[in-house]
Design a protein around this ligand. Structure first.
Ligand SMILES: C[S@@+](CC[C@H](N)C(=O)[O-])C[C@H]1O[C@@H](n2cnc3c(N)ncnc32)[C@H](O)[C@@H]1O
Length: 235
């Protein structure tokens, strides 16, 4: 079967060949444009031997599209790695005045992410907070910080807690997005009982049942939960 992507010979599609092109790579090839700054982040992450666990381009483009459509002014990212999703998000911020706060456990990763956003001209809109995200979230609450868009993409065991914190820190009608909601299919395979899978299952159930949220799970990438906060505040 002939497959149609972007018809530009030699274009880098991250090693995707026609033979292994599937719905997601087709969607990326036709609709997603990564500029040199986004591509450089991924190359740098690989060159440094950091884990290449950034969101796929279609998810980057989707969170950008959502945050921009939502006219986001204050975005909170949990899990920065090298700044790949952070750059998609920072570019969606309302300007002037928008800001991205990004939480990262590893100080070296936060430094790499910050250098990439600075290179892309967005160093002044992003603030990296280094340390366990649960501590940074408590601190943000003490500062009375509020956000209108969230990306949860850090340690899976804490996803249920991250959800509660995001609702607490949410401005009215904020959007919460969480990556890896399918865990490579393990969430719906009952034999998988690892703590990370159990935690994401619990997260999905909480997001689906919480009356403060209007939530969906979209099976793109490794699964994205997307929720609108219809009633912010504590449970
Ligand atoms: C999947 S990566 C984030 C990828 C990034 N969102 C992207 O798409 O470019 C997860 C990140 O969460 C960080 N992390 C893990 N546990 C954390 C914790 N308890 N607090 C804050 N960050 C954490 C890891 O160091 C890692 O950089």
């Amino acid at each position: 079967m002939a497959l149609i992507g972007r018809e530009r010979p030699g274009e880098d599609r991250d090693g995707v060949t026609d033979r292994d092109m599937d719905a997601q790579s087709y969607a990326e090839a036709v609709f997603v444009q990564e500029d040199r700054y986004l591509k450089e982040i991924k190359e740098d992450i690989r060159a440094r031997g950091m884990p290449a666990i950034f969101v796929p381009p279609v998810v980057g483009a989707f969170i950008h599209w959502m945050a921009k459509s939502h006219d986001s002014q204050a975005i909170l990212e949990i899990g920065a790695l090298g700044g790949y999703s952070g750059l998609w998000l920072a570019r969606a911020l309302r300007q002037p005045g928008g800001r991205l706060v990004s939480l990262e456990l590893n100080p070296e990763y936060a430094r790499v992410a910050e250098s990439h956003l600075t290179k892309a001209g967005l160093g002044d809109v992003v603030e990296y907070r280094v340390g366990p995200a649960l501590e940074s979230l408590q601190q943000l609450d003490r500062e009375n910080a509020r956000f209108d868009f969230f990306l949860i993409d850090a340690d899976k065991e804490n996803y249920p807690e991250y959800l509660q914190w995001c609702v607490r820190l949410a401005a009215p009608r904020a959007i919460i997005v969480a990556d890896n909601a399918l865990q490579g299919g393990r969430v719906y395979a009952v034999e998988h009982r690892e703590p990370s899978t159990e935690a994401v299952r619990r997260f999905n159930q909480l997001a689906a049942a919480d009356p403060r949220l209007r939530a969906l799970l979209l099976p793109i990438g490794d699964g994205l939960v997307v929720a609108e906060v219809v009633a912010p505040g504590p449970a």
